[in-house]
Design a protein around this ligand. Structure first.
Ligand code: 6PG
Length: 251
């Protein structure tokens, strides 16, 4: 199981620059080794800066975009045009501004039906994309994640049955305490922990207690370890890009 590597940055801009470098390096390595780069994007507000940065000329021109494939690690059951769509955020910040074709963008098919149907459909798409020829789980080259102040990650919320899944790769996740009150679908630990690399992007003082618990290996709240602490790729890298406010180290 991978060890966590924490890096602390003064603010979101420096964190996002370092994350952009990490994503670009991961892509280069994956493309050299396997000819393509499979990236699962995170929703939430923290990664927006990273996505915008990758679309700026100095990054955009250095990247072999035609080899990238984009997925979403979780999504709300809203249309892609909705302001709460994770895909919508990624499209506005990044995908609309870089030369990628529709076949490279694998958004969650939120129009397919209820959350269970959507989750099953997305899992089938992921399995088809990675190939069903082996029993091996699909392995993303890189999964980006955030963490909520309650320790959730993707749409894996504390004390919910989704945390105990061992087979399915994508599951429905009922609305939790977070707005908006809509169903979601989420990658599960079996899929996250099969990844070649996972990178958390965590910013803001409200994340400090959960981050402390993750770093110290302590329980958080009443339900054992924070969901984010249970992301431990079996055979992959685990990076945490954290700002000083979350780390509690600002001057
Ligand atoms: C979402 C996310 C969620 C997010 C965290 C942190 O759908 O919102 O995927 O898991 O990453 O809630 O969000 P912030 O980056 O906004 O703090």
């Amino acid at each position: 199981m991978s060890e966590r590597q924490f890096s602390v940055f003064p603010d979101l801009d420096t964190l996002s620059e370092a994350a952009a470098q990490y994503v670009a390096d991961s892509a280069q390595r994956a493309i050299a080794e396997r000819g393509r780069f499979t990236l699962a994007l995170a929703g939430g507000s923290t990664p927006r800066r990273l996505y915008q940065l990758l679309a700026t000329p100095s990054w955009r021109e250095r990247i072999a975009w035609e080899r990238w494939h984009f997925f979403l690690g979780d999504e709300r059951l809203v249309p892609p045009t909705d302001k709460d769509s994770n895909f919508g955020m990624a499209r506005d910040a990044l995908l609309d501004h870089v030369p990628v074709g529709a076949a490279q963008i694998h958004r969650v098919p939120t129009e397919a039906g209820d959350a269970d149907t959507v989750a099953a459909r997305y899992e089938a798409e992921i399995r088809d994309f990675f190939g069903r020829s082996t029993n091996e789980r699909p392995r993303f080259d890189l999964v980006l994640l955030g963490m909520g102040s309650d320790g959730h990650t993707a749409s894996l919320f504390p004390d919910k049955p989704t945390l105990e899944e061992t087979e399915r790769l994508v599951m429905a996740s009922p609305p939790g305490v977070l707005p908006p009150p809509v169903d979601r679908v989420t990658f599960t630990f079996p899929l996250l922990n099969a990844a070649r690399a996972v990178a958390f992007l965590v910013a803001g003082e409200d994340k400090r207690p959960a981050l402390r618990a993750v770093q110290a290996g302590l329980p958080f709240g009443d339900a054992g370890a924070a969901p984010a602490a249970r992301v431990r790729p079996v055979d992959g890298e685990l990076r945490w890009f954290v700002d000083a406010a979350a780390a509690g180290s600002e001057k």
